[in-house]
Design a protein. Sequence first.
Length: 265
Amino acid sequence: RIMHRIPDVGDARLLRIKAVLSAVFTHALRTGVLDGTNPVHAVSVPGRPVKFRGYAYSITEIEGMLIATSGVARVVVATAALTGLRLSELRGLRWSDFDGENLHVKRTVWRTVVGPTKTEDSEGIVPVLPLLQKVLEKHRNGAACDAYIFAGEKRGAALNLHNLAARVIKPSIEKCVKCQKPRSEHKPTENHKFELDPRLVWHGWHSFRRGLASNLYALGVMPKVIAAILRHSDIGTTLQFYVQTPAEESREALQQIEDAFPFGL
């Protein structure tokens, strides 16, 4: 028996689904709810594994976002881009976690649930660049030590970053390719329909984390250092899922090999 492929779901996730189903049936058999054998054992994941290619924001794209946004949206974008924190880690930050030079990642907030970090290695210290230090200090504006750095309108709650992206960031950065007006300012009375400029598109919060890894790698930072910044226990995870090399950089690298040849072909 073969698991049917689901659109936009990779083999790794299918294998995890298979493992969960197998555990459920094993428990059912053990407790006597079902008789026979575990049907999942005979199931295989079909086809060739699909390489994961999540989006990574370039430095140019990040700069465009910082120019187009303001207020708390700009502070969150800067923090995500320069620290590589996960969405839930950004939401979980309190002012007591910021010592002026570092952010101490201690908790996460997923929806309304406050919990521990994803892994034990994820709980750690992330250096804050002087540029971001100034931005955060200005954003603090006398907030209490135990308050969330990115606080929502509801008192004591963490800011919903999905809503912030949908309501503020995305409409501000995504512009019409014809008139360069942001989506938020493009009126129905314009003499043309809004056509998205592909040079700056919102691809989600995790693209900042991939972007930091890819941009550092492009600048010559060693993979083990990038893994430490992202708080990965396995450097293979950093290289496989986070560091992405644009095709143009690959071409330039190969060009160096051609230039090294003492003779032509």
